[in-house]
Design a protein around this ligand. Structure first.
Ligand code: URA
Length: 432
């Protein structure tokens, strides 16, 4: 087989055979097929797409390119949740403990933030002593003992995705539905859970810009998961504005704790309820969405969900008192208010812009090897639909170094304010 023939075939819009896809992934991981040829194939896929059989075959080949986790030692149906990424997205820190408190084991592998999006591991590491690397045996024991563990990817999980994702990132081929679906699902399937809730985002702060494309991506991932014998459901949600009010690692942990105390922002709570309800229906024996929501509400009200997070933190070496008393989390030396220079309704808050601004003051990384500062970030004081007076605070920036005037102006301009009252679209577009 010659790789150039695969490129030609895809360029003409013809489907690749299972054998050709296996040859591609095997040859690329082993280093026999060079980056420049794979880049050309990725671009052809970007324009011509892949049919469901090709996408499933690609996912399976990627999944089997490295280790596959065996979670059979964990009792019951194991649940996992995946978000396609966004700004202020601390859902895993709230949803995981809520679902675990309802008796569904959450065995979760999370990632780090890159660019304008945050990552659950970075958020958890803002808790003193928290360890994201557990031996497989300790991971399994912890899930059996307290019902939840959130860790980084261990071992050699899906090496094909590591290489392909890095190449897609620099060749303009990230936002292709079959490539995103196979990348995400190969990792979820290799991580070994039986039931997966996907939070597929659309909007200016997401890979998918429209809800229709987010639905297509979700359907593709559901088809792959179902084809591999897993139960997969999806929530389609907006990422036009950041989720909740806090952006930045320790600030987001604090917001997650307040949400578990029943004092969190409405959009975050709604999303956790929707995705949690899917997991309880598929893995927790809930007969309906109403029953699932009742059980989740009870776990919150009784304090069991918050205790679950504190137990997980303690079990992974972290300071549980920072969860029970979030005022003990790292605090920034400086706080600066961003003041509105006009009155009107907030129509939009540009998620990508605010995520990038938070990254620039140290809340995220531009390159993998950059350090991050746990305590810095942005707390939004207004959300879309709110009225703001001239001179009122739009956001409070928590920072370590001086903010430049250019940074403050960009932050102010991320809030789109106009006279007429906006029609605020619901956070959740569809549940599949
Ligand atoms: N997240 C992933 O893991 N892969 C993608 O391709 C896009 C988002």
């Amino acid at each position: 087989m010659r790789f150039v023939d695969l490129i030609e075939k895809k360029k003409e819009g013809r489907p690749l055979s299972a054998e050709e896809i296996r040859y591609w992934i095997r040859g690329y991981v082993s280093g026999e097929i060079p980056d420049y040829q794979v880049s050309a194939l990725l671009m052809a896929i970007f324009f011509k797409g892949m049919n469901p059989d090709e996408t499933l075959e690609l996912t399976m080949c990627m999944m089997h390119s490295g280790d596959v986790m065996d979670l059979s030692a964990i009792h019951g149906l194991k649940a996992d949740k995946h978000s396609t990424g966004g700004v202020g997205d601390k859902t895993s820190l709230v949803l995981g403990p809520m679902v675990a408190a309802c008796g569904v084991p959450m065995a979760k592998m999370s990632g780090r933030g890159l660019g304008f999006t945050g990552g659950t591991l970075d958020k958890l590491e803002s808790i003193e002593g928290f360890r994201v690397n557990l031996e497989r045996k300790d991971f399994v024991d912890q899930v059996n003992r307290i019902g939840i563990a959130i860790v980084g990817q261990s071992g050699n999980l899906v090496p094909a995705d590591k290489k392909l994702y890095a190449l897609r990132d620099v060749t303009g081929t990230v936002n292709s539905i079959p490539l995103i679906a196979s990348s995400i699902m190969s990792k979820k399937l290799a991580a070994g859970s039986d039931v997966i809730a996907l939070d597929v985002k659309y909007g200016s702060g997401a890979f998918m810009k429209t809800p229709e494309d987010a639905v297509k991506l979700a359907q593709t991932m559901i088809q792959i998961g179902t084809g591999m014998g897993r139960k997969v459901r999806a929530v389609i949600s907006s990422m036009e504005a950041p989720l909740g009010k806090a952006i930045g690692n320790a600030l987001e942990v604090e917001e997650a704790v307040r949400t578990l105390q029943g004092r969190g922002p409405e959009d975050l709570m709604d999303l956790c309820m929707a995705a949690g309800s899917l997991l309880l229906q598929e893995a927790g024996g809930a007969a309906s969405a109403a029953e699932a929501e009742r059980r989740l509400s009870e776990a919150l009200k009784s304090g069991r969900a918050l205790n679950k997070l504190a137990d997980m933190v303690a079990s992974q070496g972290g300071n549980r008192y920072q969860i029970l008393h979030p005022e003990m989390l790292p605090k920034a030396r400086c706080q600066t208010a961003i003041i509105s220079d006009r009155c009107g309704y907030v129509h939009d808050e540009k998620a990508m812009e605010l995520g990038s601004l938070a990254m620039r003051i140290g809340a995220g990384r531009a390159k993998k090897e950059d350090d991050i500062w746990n305590e810095v970030g942005i707390v939004l004081k207004k959300k879309p639909g709110d009225y703001v007076q001239k001179g009122e605070t739009l956001a409070v920036v928590h920072h370590r170094e001086m903010l430049t005037e250019e940074w403050k102006d960009s932050c102010r301009q991320a809030f789109i304010i106009a006279e007429e009252e906006p029609e605020v679209r619901p956070l959740i577009y569809e549940i599949i």
